[in-house]
Design a protein around this ligand. Sequence first.
Ligand code: NDP
Length: 247
Amino acid sequence: MKTSLKDKVAIVTGGTGAIGTAICRQLSDSGARVATNYRSDQKLKHWQEQNKGQSFFAHKCDVTDFNACKDFVAAVEKELGPVDILVNNAGITMDTTLRKMTWEQWNTVLNTNLDSVFNMSRQVVQGMTDRGFGRIINISSINGQKGQIGQCNYSAAKAGMHGFTMALAQEVARKGVTVNTLSPGYIATEMVMAVPEDIRKQIIAQIPVGRLGTVEDVAFVVDFLAAPEAGFITGADIAANGGQHMM
Ligand code: NDP
């Protein structure tokens, strides 16, 4: 069955990034009006040039700043209408072992990956429950499910996202709002492709399907979870990792 997001308004945080761009395009292809945040004017200009022909709404916002998120959502609602779909995708890594990790590295990764989920979801949840429809999709990671050396900060933040998902899913389940986590494995983004080929081959050897994921693999699952027909899926942590980690 073909799903449709016609007339839905979607926010994708970090939409100017690798996975975020694919999610913006996919939701737009399904009929949604899509908004994202950005931080740098220069990066936005470059992104808009790469996405000519798309009519994404963009607003400056640092997702670690609660009030900036409030202003962002208000701007989206003014421009596009009430928010039906929120994809919490903005994220960063600052990898190092715990013995070397600074408080800043811990705090920045937690603020960006986890606090941002509160900062954004808090702005839209009341409207979604009032209107009886909503989709919140939190982009976590395989490394939030299984841990990873050098990522105590990132793994904690990404695991925390799913705790948030399960709690909020229960709070809003009867109001037509679903909340889910999507945990991608290794995706062939620039960052992963910059890893030396021999190491990349070792990574791929651990993935049963025998390849890295694509940004479209992730965007497809977001689109699926965002659909009105996906209303019976909530509080789930969906893995898109080629079988690398099975729970
Ligand atoms: P990118 O670095 O390509 O994109 C990250 C996006 O988040 C950028 O648009 C970036 O904006 C934005 N962002 C970061 N910090 C902030 C902030 N404080 N405020 C506002 N925006 C911010 O990453 P990916 O596309 O690879 O990753 C997207 C998501 O997927 C992340 O949550 C990541 O953890 C997760 N993930 C990625 C995997 C992969 O293999 N790539 C695997 C598993 C999960 P700016 O350009 O301004 O920095």
